[in-house]
Ligand binder design. Sequence first.
Ligand code: BES
Ligand code: MN
Ligand code: ZN
Length: 499
Amino acid sequence: MTKISIKTGNPLKQKTTCLVLPVYEGQLKSPLLTELDSLLQGRLKKIFRSREFSGKAGEMLLLHSVNEIPCERLLLVALGSKKQADISGLRSLGSQIAVYLTERRIGRCLIDSNPLQLRKGDGVAAIAALTEGLLLAGYRFDAYREQKKDETGPLQAATLLIGTTRDKAATEVATREAAAVCRGICLARDLVNQPGNCKSPLFLAETAQKIAKEQGLRCTLLPKAELEKQGFGALLGVAQGSVRDPYLIVLEYHGGTSDERPVALVGKGVVFDAGGISLKSADKMDEMKMDMAGGAAVLGAIQTVAELQLPVNLVAVVPAVENLPSGTAYRPGDILTSLSGKTIEVLNTDAEGRLILADALTWVGQYNPRVVIDLATLTGACIVALGHQATAVLGNHDGLVRELIKAGERCGDRLWQLPLWDAYDALIKGDFADIKNSGGRAAGTITAAAFLKQFADDYTWAHLDIAGTAWAYKAAPGSPKGGTGVGVRLLVEYLRGQC
Ligand code: BES
Ligand code: MN
Ligand code: ZN
């Protein structure tokens, strides 16, 4: 990972391989640039006049041999209009800088971070976002590549220059925290990118054990025999088509007082979703290795929360299974008895996520959780509704939903609420059992949530459908094709807001 450090001082007096100056559109005459221009004897003004660099987001201009100031190179990066600037923009700025420099094999830089503050008092948040962008740009999933040598490594070191020593300590904390968030995101990305042949439920369980050992968490694994004993009928129904045994993975973090009710996170952990007997079409089925992205987010989040030592009690639960067709697989028409006792008619074996979540949601009730949040790549319908720009949020408590949406706005993992009125319950009423696992084509994301709601009656609960946001189909700076790690930043931001 890129080494990040903080320094105070005048940007134009710094000895560095590359001085990076972020510039807002329409602010080409700032005091700093004016001073720089006179040092460079008007060369900057000439460039601005030629419109080679105007401050529009995405523009970059590298100057060499700037002998008038101590840096070896000077990189101007455009921030676009200050009015439209937001946290995601700053994060993406960090990634753009890192990508630009690594492509040119420039290993170090010093970034003038003074102009980044968006509103009075949020300078630290801006630095955290920039740091995240710098660090995430270095992420690669190359565990299975033989030839890595042609590729450049991540940026080695970035120094962030701030104006006053007053903010130095707070800024250093912010960069350390941003690094912890990035480690959580990268853990989630790695797990999602891992191919199905290497990613059994046991693999996820062992990963959880490893996290527990590193962070001092309590880890409990419920193997198949235990799940049978306790009556996880819905989860076991899904799991029975695969030779790989299911696990219920549980991690506990105790950062709060012992009498404090925990927040529970539940993440869908389908390591591969072929659809079962209701087999998916071959087209893009490979992407269904991402169907444990909810579980990955929950593991990444609890790791980060433990690293940050947040004063909360947290429990993370991942029902881990594989959904395959086979001679032992469950069938459409089967009736499963869930852990709650409610019976479920299986109309479509490809609607497996809600089945495993049903039992996990019931099971987590024993913690008497203050709040339960589940994350799942649950429905293709969510992509139809919101595309890849937002996660859908639904729940049985508007206050919780609002808090999650706000946390999303603060950190850039955006959420959009869909309704969960009781009127939708009629669509999943069973013909031969209490409920059925598919409500048909209409309102697919909502009926899936209406199904989960039946098992989350006892507590305050929200459901995040990350089907559209868990996987990047196109690479962007800081986010290569593949797992995005969505959810980690959001959950950490939400939990921070609780402390
Ligand atoms: N894992 C899929 C949903 C999904 C689709 C996630 C595309 C990410 C990208 C889920 O298990 C599923 O197959 N859902 C079905 C439900 C239907 C059968 C009621 C769907 O959305 O088609
Ligand atoms: Mn499915
Ligand atoms: Zn699925």
